[in-house]
Design a protein around this ligand. Structure first.
Ligand SMILES: [Ca+2]
Ligand SMILES: [Ca+2]
Length: 155
């Protein structure tokens, strides 16, 4: 391929980028930016472990909500995207029942927004958690459930 053709391809790429205008190129294609972080929204609902593997493969972590502002933004996306329940949260209480910690670093969480009566560890089988957008809060749930997910990485 000659130099001229390569320049032409660059021109096309540049024009497409201008026309399409979606996303942020420091995050990569398919990512959405919010407050300095990059978010990837799933198109399928999967068990928690699959969501963790998928996010890891993208060089990201499963979403760990940090504050109400981020939660409201995620809520909006759940609605826009028509998610059935909501999204997985990157927290679990495998090690000590009732004490939810970050899956990415094992530390306690500084922000939480449990629905009233949750976490309830229903049938002693709820060690994972989701943001349940129809009830606008968090619920612990079995890790084997199939739920949409969001991967998050720093910009
Ligand atoms: Ca539990
Ligand atoms: Ca529950």
């Amino acid at each position: 391929m000659g130099v001229y053709n390569i320049q032409f391809l660059f021109l096309i790429a540049f024009c497409l980028r201008t026309v399409v205008g979606h996303g942020d190129h420091t995050c990569g294609r398919g990512w959405t930016v919010f407050n300095g972080n990059c978010y990837y929204f799933s198109t399928s609902a999967v068990p928690l472990k699959d969501a963790l593997v998928y996010c890891h493969g993208l060089g990201a972590n499963l979403l760990e909500l940090q504050n109400a502002e981020e939660e409201n933004w995620i809520d909006l996306h759940c609605r826009i995207r028509g998610y059935r329940y909501g999204v997985w949260l990157g927290i679990c209480d495998h090690q000590l029942e009732g004490k939810f910690v970050s899956i990415s670093n094992g530390k306690g969480i500084s922000y939480s927004h449990w629905i009233r009566g949750e976490p309830n560890d229903y049938r002693s089988n709820e060690d994972c958690a989701l943001y349940w957008y129809t009830l606008k809060g968090w619920n612990d749930t079995p890790c084997s459930g199939k739920i949409n997910y969001v991967c998050k990485k720093a910009k």
